[in-house]
Ligand binder design. Structure first.
Ligand code: C5P
Length: 233
Protein backbone atom coordinates (compact mmCIF):
# COMPACT_ATOMS: atom_id res chain seq x y z
CA UNK A 1 0.00 0.00 0.00
CA UNK A 2 1.00 3.60 -0.57
CA UNK A 3 0.76 6.68 1.65
CA UNK A 4 -1.39 9.55 0.37
CA UNK A 5 -1.88 12.84 2.21
CA UNK A 6 -5.13 14.77 2.20
CA UNK A 7 -5.41 18.33 3.51
CA UNK A 8 -8.98 19.58 4.05
CA UNK A 9 -8.67 23.33 3.54
CA UNK A 10 -12.23 24.37 2.87
CA UNK A 11 -12.89 26.03 6.24
CA UNK A 12 -13.54 29.68 6.91
CA UNK A 13 -11.46 30.02 10.11
CA UNK A 14 -14.14 32.01 11.95
CA UNK A 15 -12.26 31.95 15.27
CA UNK A 16 -9.42 33.94 13.70
CA UNK A 17 -11.63 37.03 13.22
CA UNK A 18 -10.23 37.43 9.75
CA UNK A 19 -11.77 37.78 6.26
CA UNK A 20 -9.10 35.49 4.87
CA UNK A 21 -9.60 31.76 5.62
CA UNK A 22 -7.05 30.51 8.12
CA UNK A 23 -5.14 28.35 5.65
CA UNK A 24 -4.15 31.49 3.72
CA UNK A 25 -3.07 33.71 6.61
CA UNK A 26 0.50 34.87 6.15
CA UNK A 27 2.98 32.83 8.16
CA UNK A 28 6.74 33.31 7.73
CA UNK A 29 6.10 34.98 4.38
CA UNK A 30 3.88 32.22 2.94
CA UNK A 31 0.22 31.28 3.16
CA UNK A 32 -0.13 28.97 6.18
CA UNK A 33 -0.98 25.85 4.17
CA UNK A 34 2.36 26.13 2.33
CA UNK A 35 4.27 24.89 5.37
CA UNK A 36 2.37 21.59 5.87
CA UNK A 37 2.45 21.03 2.11
CA UNK A 38 6.21 21.53 2.13
CA UNK A 39 6.70 18.82 4.76
CA UNK A 40 4.26 16.36 3.18
CA UNK A 41 5.58 16.83 -0.38
CA UNK A 42 9.20 16.42 0.77
CA UNK A 43 8.56 13.15 2.59
CA UNK A 44 9.89 10.20 0.58
CA UNK A 45 7.03 8.08 2.00
CA UNK A 46 4.25 10.24 0.57
CA UNK A 47 3.10 9.35 -2.94
CA UNK A 48 0.62 12.18 -3.51
CA UNK A 49 -0.85 15.16 -1.63
CA UNK A 50 -4.48 16.16 -2.23
CA UNK A 51 -5.67 19.60 -1.14
CA UNK A 52 -9.44 20.01 -0.76
CA UNK A 53 -10.68 23.57 -1.26
CA UNK A 54 -14.12 25.18 -1.04
CA UNK A 55 -15.87 25.20 -4.46
CA UNK A 56 -15.84 29.03 -4.35
CA UNK A 57 -12.20 29.42 -3.25
CA UNK A 58 -10.63 32.41 -5.03
CA UNK A 59 -7.40 32.55 -3.00
CA UNK A 60 -5.49 29.42 -4.01
CA UNK A 61 -4.66 30.60 -7.53
CA UNK A 62 -3.08 33.81 -6.28
CA UNK A 63 0.02 31.90 -5.19
CA UNK A 64 2.69 29.88 -6.93
CA UNK A 65 2.56 26.18 -6.04
CA UNK A 66 4.82 24.93 -8.84
CA UNK A 67 7.51 23.66 -6.45
CA UNK A 68 5.05 20.95 -5.29
CA UNK A 69 3.86 20.03 -8.80
CA UNK A 70 5.16 16.45 -8.79
CA UNK A 71 2.90 15.37 -5.90
CA UNK A 72 0.19 18.00 -5.48
CA UNK A 73 -3.43 17.53 -6.67
CA UNK A 74 -6.00 20.25 -5.95
CA UNK A 75 -9.76 19.59 -5.79
CA UNK A 76 -12.51 22.17 -5.31
CA UNK A 77 -14.91 19.82 -3.56
CA UNK A 78 -15.01 20.96 0.09
CA UNK A 79 -18.24 20.36 2.04
CA UNK A 80 -20.20 21.96 4.87
CA UNK A 81 -18.12 20.31 7.60
CA UNK A 82 -14.54 19.13 7.86
CA UNK A 83 -15.71 15.51 7.69
CA UNK A 84 -17.69 16.25 4.51
CA UNK A 85 -14.62 17.87 2.97
CA UNK A 86 -12.51 14.81 3.77
CA UNK A 87 -15.13 12.38 2.42
CA UNK A 88 -15.59 14.40 -0.78
CA UNK A 89 -11.81 14.49 -1.12
CA UNK A 90 -11.51 10.70 -0.80
CA UNK A 91 -14.14 10.22 -3.52
CA UNK A 92 -12.38 12.73 -5.79
CA UNK A 93 -9.08 10.97 -5.15
CA UNK A 94 -10.37 7.68 -6.53
CA UNK A 95 -11.90 9.40 -9.56
CA UNK A 96 -8.65 11.25 -10.32
CA UNK A 97 -6.28 8.31 -10.04
CA UNK A 98 -7.58 4.80 -10.73
CA UNK A 99 -4.41 3.30 -9.27
CA UNK A 100 -5.38 4.45 -5.75
CA UNK A 101 -6.94 1.47 -3.95
CA UNK A 102 -8.91 0.85 -0.75
CA UNK A 103 -5.84 -0.58 0.97
CA UNK A 104 -3.76 2.58 0.49
CA UNK A 105 -3.11 4.63 3.63
CA UNK A 106 -4.61 8.11 3.81
CA UNK A 107 -2.96 10.69 6.08
CA UNK A 108 -5.44 13.47 6.79
CA UNK A 109 -3.65 16.62 7.96
CA UNK A 110 -5.00 20.03 8.95
CA UNK A 111 -3.63 23.04 7.06
CA UNK A 112 -3.73 24.74 10.46
CA UNK A 113 -0.85 22.57 11.74
CA UNK A 114 2.00 24.18 9.80
CA UNK A 115 4.79 23.02 12.11
CA UNK A 116 4.54 19.30 11.30
CA UNK A 117 8.03 17.85 10.77
CA UNK A 118 9.34 15.00 8.63
CA UNK A 119 10.38 13.35 11.90
CA UNK A 120 6.82 13.34 13.31
CA UNK A 121 5.49 12.10 9.98
CA UNK A 122 8.02 9.24 9.91
CA UNK A 123 7.18 8.31 13.51
CA UNK A 124 3.48 8.03 12.57
CA UNK A 125 4.08 5.99 9.43
CA UNK A 126 6.64 3.68 11.10
CA UNK A 127 4.32 3.02 14.05
CA UNK A 128 1.19 2.31 12.00
CA UNK A 129 2.22 0.90 8.61
CA UNK A 130 1.44 -2.66 9.82
CA UNK A 131 -1.45 -1.70 12.14
CA UNK A 132 -4.89 -3.27 11.79
CA UNK A 133 -6.79 -0.03 12.34
CA UNK A 134 -4.51 3.01 11.99
CA UNK A 135 -4.22 5.98 14.29
CA UNK A 136 -2.99 9.49 14.89
CA UNK A 137 -0.33 11.73 16.38
CA UNK A 138 -1.21 12.85 19.91
CA UNK A 139 0.30 14.20 23.13
CA UNK A 140 -0.64 13.49 26.75
CA UNK A 141 -2.60 16.33 28.40
CA UNK A 142 -0.23 18.44 30.52
CA UNK A 143 -2.59 20.91 32.20
CA UNK A 144 -5.00 20.23 35.06
CA UNK A 145 -8.51 20.07 33.60
CA UNK A 146 -11.44 21.97 35.17
CA UNK A 147 -15.10 21.53 34.33
CA UNK A 148 -16.97 24.85 34.65
CA UNK A 149 -20.55 26.13 34.56
CA UNK A 150 -21.71 28.98 32.30
CA UNK A 151 -20.49 31.54 34.88
CA UNK A 152 -17.00 30.05 34.74
CA UNK A 153 -17.40 28.64 38.26
CA UNK A 154 -15.48 25.41 38.71
CA UNK A 155 -17.80 22.40 38.98
CA UNK A 156 -15.00 19.91 39.44
CA UNK A 157 -11.52 18.79 38.49
CA UNK A 158 -11.27 16.06 35.84
CA UNK A 159 -8.55 13.48 36.05
CA UNK A 160 -6.12 13.94 33.18
CA UNK A 161 -4.96 10.37 33.61
CA UNK A 162 -5.12 8.65 30.25
CA UNK A 163 -6.23 11.79 28.41
CA UNK A 164 -4.45 12.80 25.22
CA UNK A 165 -4.78 15.73 22.80
CA UNK A 166 -5.45 14.53 19.26
CA UNK A 167 -3.32 16.02 16.49
CA UNK A 168 -2.97 15.32 12.78
CA UNK A 169 -1.97 13.59 10.56
CA UNK A 170 -4.53 10.88 11.26
CA UNK A 171 -3.77 7.77 9.25
CA UNK A 172 -6.34 5.20 8.12
CA UNK A 173 -6.83 2.99 5.08
CA UNK A 174 -8.91 4.59 2.31
CA UNK A 175 -11.67 1.98 2.34
CA UNK A 176 -12.12 2.05 6.12
CA UNK A 177 -12.05 5.85 6.31
CA UNK A 178 -14.65 6.24 3.55
CA UNK A 179 -16.89 3.70 5.22
CA UNK A 180 -16.53 5.43 8.61
CA UNK A 181 -17.09 8.97 7.32
CA UNK A 182 -20.12 8.03 5.25
CA UNK A 183 -21.86 6.50 8.31
CA UNK A 184 -21.12 9.19 10.88
CA UNK A 185 -23.02 12.42 11.69
CA UNK A 186 -20.42 14.71 10.14
CA UNK A 187 -21.53 17.78 12.10
CA UNK A 188 -20.90 15.98 15.39
CA UNK A 189 -17.23 15.05 14.92
CA UNK A 190 -14.06 17.15 14.84
CA UNK A 191 -11.54 14.58 13.65
CA UNK A 192 -11.30 11.46 11.50
CA UNK A 193 -10.46 9.08 14.33
CA UNK A 194 -13.90 9.75 15.90
CA UNK A 195 -15.56 8.31 12.80
CA UNK A 196 -13.38 5.18 13.06
CA UNK A 197 -14.21 4.89 16.78
CA UNK A 198 -17.92 5.04 15.94
CA UNK A 199 -17.41 1.79 13.99
CA UNK A 200 -16.27 0.17 17.24
CA UNK A 201 -12.57 0.22 16.31
CA UNK A 202 -9.70 1.53 18.46
CA UNK A 203 -7.24 3.83 16.65
CA UNK A 204 -3.72 3.90 18.09
CA UNK A 205 -2.10 7.06 19.49
CA UNK A 206 1.46 7.78 18.37
CA UNK A 207 3.43 10.10 20.67
CA UNK A 208 4.05 13.50 19.08
CA UNK A 209 5.10 16.82 20.62
CA UNK A 210 3.59 20.23 21.30
CA UNK A 211 5.30 21.86 18.29
CA UNK A 212 2.69 20.26 16.02
CA UNK A 213 -0.05 22.44 17.55
CA UNK A 214 -3.12 23.81 15.78
CA UNK A 215 -3.04 27.50 14.90
CA UNK A 216 -6.45 28.61 16.14
CA UNK A 217 -6.27 32.11 17.64
CA UNK A 218 -4.48 35.21 16.27
CA UNK A 219 -1.73 35.02 18.92
CA UNK A 220 -0.85 31.51 17.70
CA UNK A 221 0.69 32.93 14.50
CA UNK A 222 3.75 34.39 16.27
CA UNK A 223 4.36 31.10 18.08
CA UNK A 224 4.13 29.13 14.83
CA UNK A 225 6.65 31.48 13.17
CA UNK A 226 9.13 30.87 15.98
CA UNK A 227 8.77 27.10 15.65
CA UNK A 228 9.19 27.27 11.87
CA UNK A 229 12.37 29.34 12.27
CA UNK A 230 13.73 26.72 14.64
CA UNK A 231 12.89 23.97 12.14
CA UNK A 232 14.94 25.70 9.42
CA UNK A 233 18.07 26.13 11.52
O1 C5P B 1 -12.04 24.85 12.00
P1 C5P B 1 -10.99 23.84 12.25
O2 C5P B 1 -9.70 24.46 12.74
O3 C5P B 1 -11.42 22.68 13.09
O4 C5P B 1 -10.66 23.23 10.81
C1 C5P B 1 -9.76 22.16 10.66
C2 C5P B 1 -9.44 21.97 9.19
O5 C5P B 1 -10.59 21.53 8.46
C3 C5P B 1 -8.96 23.26 8.49
O6 C5P B 1 -7.81 22.92 7.71
C4 C5P B 1 -10.14 23.67 7.66
O7 C5P B 1 -9.81 24.37 6.49
C5 C5P B 1 -10.79 22.34 7.31
N1 C5P B 1 -12.24 22.43 7.01
C6 C5P B 1 -12.72 21.99 5.77
N2 C5P B 1 -14.05 22.07 5.46
C7 C5P B 1 -14.93 22.59 6.34
C8 C5P B 1 -14.48 23.04 7.61
C9 C5P B 1 -13.12 22.94 7.92
O8 C5P B 1 -11.93 21.51 4.95
N3 C5P B 1 -16.20 22.69 5.98
Amino acid sequence: PRFIALIPAAGTGSRMNNELPKQYLSLAGKPMIYHALHTLCHSSHIFRVFVILAPDDHEWNRYDWSSFADKLVVKYCGGATRADSVLNGLKAMQQTDGSIVKDDWILVHDAARPCLTIFQLDQLIDALALDEVGGLLAIPVADTLKRADLNQRVMGTESRNGLWQAQTPQMFRLGLLMDALSKVNSAAITDDASAIEALGLDPRLVLSDAYNFKVTYPQDLALAELILQKKET
